[in-house]
Design a protein around this ligand. Structure first.
Ligand SMILES: *[C@@H]1O[C@H](CO)[C@@H](O)[C@H](O)[C@H]1NC(C)=O
Ligand SMILES: *[C@@H]1O[C@H](CO)[C@@H](O)[C@H](O)[C@H]1NC(C)=O
Ligand SMILES: *[C@@H]1O[C@H](CO)[C@@H](O)[C@H](O)[C@H]1NC(C)=O
Length: 461
């Protein structure tokens, strides 16, 4: 029997018990639980069915979340050996590469930010680093896809405002065009660092340096304290740093942490170790309680949206991969991965039940629907794709794996250092911006800001 068959059987057996029963030092119990959670996750996904679009999740989940989810599934296969979802993952990664093989499919233009494109690119990088099966030669290759996104990011570096940095958005008609944020620039930093390590090409290190120095000089990253803040808004009449959103999100911290760890591993330059130490120590304090990870800004108030709900799963991934690159981190990271896996497993005991309005219903094995908050030690009554993703991440990353490979240590993905198109070529193909679009975007920005202020006052109350 193939391993996937065994795991499927184990998954069915697990479904008969109520909560997932795991012992962190018993690999089989973890794999069995992870198999059940992965099944529950993929029961939301219909992108591989005839007539559906590979790489899209049902509404209301955004395109980038599917990119993040595919990253968890690549690692799920790598850590457990279960190949059940590899075909669906590969199909999605190839399909969403889009017409120009750069993770900017025309269908996503109206909502495509640098972070959205960056999340798919980071997943493609994971595919290269984990030696996920390569597509046939006539299809886009993992490494070349990341290089395409990297080259386009270089083209979008903007010295004119805030002394550098990329904007959040790629197109001026989208909300957030005037915002420069840590997640977009963090994606740039992260893929630059990992491309350097994978290919051995120092040019990527120069860009990683540039991004870090900009974040740090502007005050978006506080190097000494290990803090990563959200972003700054461009104004005509005051400096960017005077309008900074200082919220801390776990995924921003993790995105930079993994980049620093990859750069230290590649360059052996102590400055990257120092920066990684600082991010790790602060992050582990800020984003855990009783060693269980949580999204400190919104989780306890139950106000995380579906995007924000996915962040801590990526954080777990960056913690575990960073500890593979800098093994001394294992002492600090392993207890957090273990406690998070235990707490996540306890949350996977929900019936699914009534989904939130406009959300699809859980249809995995009965009574294995995972909740969002793990702090209560039980299912919190919510269900959905982010919940399944995070629990899958928690159960995957408590297992052991070797460090990511590079081209000299087993990597097989084919690259193209000149992949990608220039922004000019790209933006020309879209319709010009009309006044109506601008007004509409401005109006929506105001609404979003009002929402943020509303959210803050809620927190203060
Ligand atoms: C889609 O993937 C699921 C696994 O998630 C599999 O069970 C199903 O057969 C696939 N459908 C098609 C049409 O390949
Ligand atoms: C774009 O949308 C069309 C229509 O739904 C679909 O057929 C196509 O596969 C989509 N392309 C991508 C890359 O998602
Ligand atoms: C190294 O990367 C840079 C930046 O993308 C590229 O221009 C150059 O061709 C690469 N060098 C090699 C040897 O691949």
């Amino acid at each position: 029997m193939k391993l996937s068959g065994v795991l499927a059987k184990l998954g069915m057996a697990a479904s008969m018990a109520r909560a997932l029963d795991i012992q962190v030092d018993n690999k089989d119990s973890i794999k069995e639980a992870a198999g059940t959670v992965a099944f529950g996750l993929m029961s939301y996904y219909s992108g591989n069915e005839t007539g559906d679009v590979p790489g899209n999740l049902p509404a209301p989940y955004y395109w980038w979340v599917c990119g993040g989810m595919m990253g968890h599934l690549i690692d799920y296969w790598h850590y457990t050996g279960d190949e059940s979802y590899n075909d669906a993952v590969k199909q999605a990664l190839v399909h969403q590469a889009g017409e120009d093989e750069d993770y900017m499919p025309a269908n996503q233009t109206r909502q495509l930010g640098n972070d959205d494109q960056g999340y798919w690119a980071m997943t493609a990088m994971t595919a290269a680093e984990r030696v996920f099966p390569d597509p046939p030669d006539d299809q886009p290759q993992w490494l070349a896809l990341v290089q395409a996104v990297f080259n386009e990011f270089v083209g979008r570096w903007d010295e004119e405002h805030c002394g550098g940095g990329m904007r959040w958005q790629i197109f001026s008609f989208n909300i957030g065009w005037r915002y420069k944020n840590s997640v977009s620039n963090g994606c740039f930093f992260n893929i630059a660092a990992r491309l350097a390590r994978y290919t051995g090409n120092d040019s990527y290190v120069e860009w990683a340096d540039t991004v870090w120095d900009w974040e740090s000089k502007l005050g978006l990253i506080d190097e000494a304290k290990g803090i990563v803040k959200d972003g700054v808004t461009i104004h005509d009449d005051k400096p960017c740093r005077d309008d900074m959103d200082t919220n801390e999100w776990s995924y921003n911290s993790g995105t930079f942490l993994l980049g620093c760890a990859a750069l230290f591993d590649f360059t052996e330059d102590g400055k990257w170790k120092k920066r990684a130490d600082s991010l790790l120590d602060h992050g582990l304090k800020k984003f855990t309680e009783g060693q269980v990870v949580y999204e400190q800004y919104c989780e306890k108030h139950n106000i995380c949206d579906d995007d924000q709900r996915t962040f801590k799963g990526y954080y777990l991934r960056t913690l575990s991969t960073s500890a593979q690159l800098i093994p001394e981190y294992k002492d600090k990271v392993k207890p957090v991965l273990a406690k998070s896996a235990e707490a996540a497993a306890k949350s996977c005991s929900g019936p699914g039940g009534e989904p939130e309005p406009n959300h699809p219903a859980f249809s995995g094995h009965p009574d294995t629907s995972c909740g969002f908050s793990w702090l209560g030690g039980k299912n919190d009554g919510t269900s959905g794709v982010p919940q399944q993703m995070n629990a899958l991440a928690a159960l995957t990353y408590v297992l052991d794996a070797k460090p990511p490979v590079s081209k000299d240590t087993g990597g097989t993905s084919k690259g193209d250092p000149n992949a990608g198109t220039t922004d000019e070529e790209k933006t020309r193909s879209f319709e010009p911006i009309t006044t109506g679009d601008r007004v509409g975007a401005g109006f929506l920005t105001t609404l979003v800001l009002a929402g943020v202020i509303g959210g803050c006052s809620f927190l203060i109350m």
